[in-house]
Design a protein around this ligand. Structure first.
Ligand code: DP6
Length: 361
């Protein structure tokens, strides 16, 4: 983590109790098993999605806040990995300005924000989920402190994170998390995520090896991809498929059925990319290396009888999910057969995580 020390924040806090402070959160990324793909304003999903919260792929965000006389709008500066980041800064400023109805206490604040990822910047691992979740938590913590409130609700955090990036609302909770209305969960909502508590012990040690086939930025952003679902010829069928898969996954998670889990996860990953291939205009995000890895995983599964399967984000990298108990043979398979298809042999070994952490200064 490369933060420049915020020298003055504690002096600010001491000299202006209740008017200044520092909020600091570390938030994990998540990988969807049932994919969110397609949305309508304001950031409401076309279908329910279910993800797995990671542990190591995290964003840590620190925000010094200070109320200033005479300010009628927040003044925001942002640094990423220790350096000014104007493109991120404008996205973050637009996001915060859009939240002032909910967080009016921030309207007259100077906000100095720094953010850093635990995974390499150029690894092609999407960080919008972890970064927008960490930022939402910092904003709510600051707002609560400025209004003299003890705390805020995680549901509120999920709702706010969603407005920054849809998948971020799931990063507010650890474990398996549902976002979006589903007939199988009466309390489910399009506005915020829900942690899933009924999960069989056989999924407790789940691992995710992220095989970095292509580092760097992908050519078509998720936001552009979501937009292409409007008027997509298969949109209605996809919506139904995802809704059914969310219900199916509920039963699979409860019963600990690994083969069914793998089948559903791979179907969802390939359905997501099928939507991209058949968009107008169509596009293709996986690479020859991604295809080779998917085929090798299926072949190795058949040959070894081990429970392992793949999923993909909106990109070329392949997530290989497997049981913690089978770490030994799976790791040697990765090293022997898969790393040669990864850019510079990069792999990130991650696992089911503990969720966001408040970082004490
Ligand atoms: C393929 O949450 O990144 O990873 O809401 O526009 O920020 P925005 O999109 P984003 O989309 C994620 C899409 C996905 C599937 C998923 O995470 O469910």
């Amino acid at each position: 983590m490369s933060f420049i020390p915020m020298k003055n924040w504690y002096m600010m806090r001491e000299s202006q109790p209740g008017r200044a402070g520092l909020a600091s959160w570390s938030c994990p990324s998540n990988i969807a098993i049932v994919k969110y793909w397609g949305k309508r304003s304001p950031q409401l999903p076309m279908n329910p999605s279910i993800s797995l919260g990671l542990e190591k792929a995290r964003t840590h965000t620190q925000m010094a806040y200070e109320k200033r006389e005479g300010l009628s709008a927040p003044v925001i500066d942002f640094r990423f990995e220790g350096a000014p980041a104007p493109a991120f800064e404008s996205r973050i400023a637009a996001y915060i300005h859009g939240l002032l109805d909910r967080l009016p206490s921030l309207g007259s604040c100077h906000l100095s924000i720094q953010s850093s990822n635990s995974f390499p910047h150029s690894s092609g691992i999407a960080s919008s989920a972890s970064s927008m979740a960490a930022l939402a938590l910092c904003l709510l913590e600051a707002d609560a402190a400025l209004r003299g409130k003890e705390s805020f609700s995680m549901r509120e955090a999920s709702q706010l994170a969603r407005l920054g990036s849809g998948s971020a609302c799931r990063s507010i909770y650890p474990g398996f998390v549902l976002w979006g209305e589903s007939e199988a969960w009466p309390q489910s909502s399009n506005e915020f995520a829900l942690p899933l508590t009924e999960v069989h012990a056989d999924f407790a040690q789940i691992r995710d090896a992220i095989l970095v086939v292509e580092a760097g930025q992908k050519k078509v952003s998720s936001s552009a991809g979501h937009q292409l679902m409007e008027g997509h010829p298969y949109a209605a069928a996809r919506k139904q498929q995802a809704a059914e898969n969310a219900v199916r996954l509920k039963g699979i998670l409860q019963s600990g059925d690994w083969p069914a889990f793998i089948e559903l996860m791979e179907e969802e990953a390939l359905a997501l990319h099928a939507m991209m291939l058949s968009s107008r205009p169509g596009y293709l995000l996986f690479k020859a290396g991604s295809l080779a890895i998917m085929e090798l995983i299926r072949h190795f599964r058949k040959e070894s009888g081990l429970q392992l399967g793949f999923t993909l984000d909106a990109g070329a990298n392949v997530h290989l999910l497997y049981r913690g108990e089978e770490e030994g043979p799976v790791t040697s398979f990765i090293e022997r057969a898969l790393l040669l298809h990864c850019e510079e042999g990069q792999v990130i070994y991650d696992q089911l995580g503990q969720g966001p952490q408040q970082v004490k200064a």
